[in-house]
Design a protein around this ligand. Structure first.
Ligand code: NDP
Ligand code: 8X3
Length: 258
């Protein structure tokens, strides 16, 4: 095995399902030590066990909500005590909650999305990035969305959070000029994960319909991209990578068979 992430440490938030889980798996498969986070303890423990057994890499897991600043700082402090500075930070934890007209949307849904997708990403970045800057080495990969490029009906607050992620990704890049640290946002279109099940409050039938009549992206496709981004030579900084399923050309133009 010979690749640039072998023996490095990658911190991936939201690795109990979907993109985060697939990225952790592919990075570990390529010899990278892994730090995973998420709120669902059982899934996190299972993922930790599988990664360690399957790939024989070091794995740490931290079960917490990224909306909790104290827990983000505690994780960073624990890593510092272990003398671990993540080489790669994948800011992936996020969600959509609801899909409603803005005059009917639930305030609780809005707060969940804003607090997780924007503030959670900021809390984690603020907790981890200083050590990377001090070492003058690292790679931040933010998971944005095509929802951060074009607003769609009833997407309102979710769109706004992903526009914010795009702005923050750009801001992080600018503020890191003069360092060796790179920063990229990967912005996917429709991908079949637990995303829509979460968005529709556990309604699996409704979620399934989002992906009917075409081949959506899969979590593994995003993992391949996250691996590619992380393994480019140090002088190459991919700052934004947009990916749609072939059947979806933008938010409005689709080739759906059913
Ligand atoms: P999943 O629902 O499958 O995964 C989301 C992950 O985020 C889970 O591991 C979940 O873990 C974690 N998470 C959510 N909220 C929190 C929180 N408050 N604290 C800690 N962890 C949290 O969806 P995806 O894999 O699809 O989503 C990953 C990212 O990709 C999100 O940022 C999403 O917005 C983005 N995205 C998704 C697309 C899609 O079509 N699927 C397209 C474009 C972007 P747990 O529940 O255990 O806490
Ligand atoms: C998820 C993709 O198009 O459902 O970010 O908003 S979309």
């Amino acid at each position: 095995m010979n690749n640039p992430i072998i023996g490095k440490w990658a911190l991936i938030t939201g690795a109990t399902s979907g993109f985060g889980k697939a990225i952790a798996d592919l990075y570990a498969k390529n010899g990278c030590n892994i730090i995973i986070t998420g709120r669902r303890a059982e899934k996190l423990e299972a993922a930790e066990h599988v990664l360690r057994e399957k790939y024989n890499v070091n794995v740490l897991s931290y079960c917490f909500d990224v909306r909790d600043l104290t827990m983000c700082i505690e994780m960073a402090n624990d890593l510092a005590q272990r003398e671990i500075v993540p080489d790669i930070l994948v800011n992936n934890a996020g969600l959509a909650s609801g899909k409603d007209k803005i005059y009917e949307g639930l305030i609780g849904d809005w707060e969940k999305m804003i607090d997780t997708n924007i503030k959670g990403l900021l809390y984690i970045t603020r907790s981890i990035l200083p050590a990377m800057v001090e070492r003058n080495e690292g790679h931040v990969i933010n998971i944005g969305s095509t929802a951060g490029h074009t607003v769609y009906p009833d997407g309102n607050v979710y769109n706004a959070t992903k526009f914010a992620v795009r702005a923050l990704n750009e801001a992080i890049n600018l503020d890191l000029v003069g360092t060796n640290i790179r920063c990229c946002s990967i912005d996917p279109g429709a991908a079949e994960t637990e995303f829509s099940i979460v968005r529709f409050g556990g309604d699996e039938e409704k979620a399934k319909k989002v992906y009917q009549g075409y081949q959506p992206l899969l979590a593994e496709n995003i993992a391949d991209i996250a691996y590619y981004v992380a393994t480019t030579p140090p002088h190459v900084n991919i700052t934004n990578l947009v990916v749609y399923p072939t059947a979806q050309r933008n938010v409005y133009v689709w080739d759906k068979k059913a």
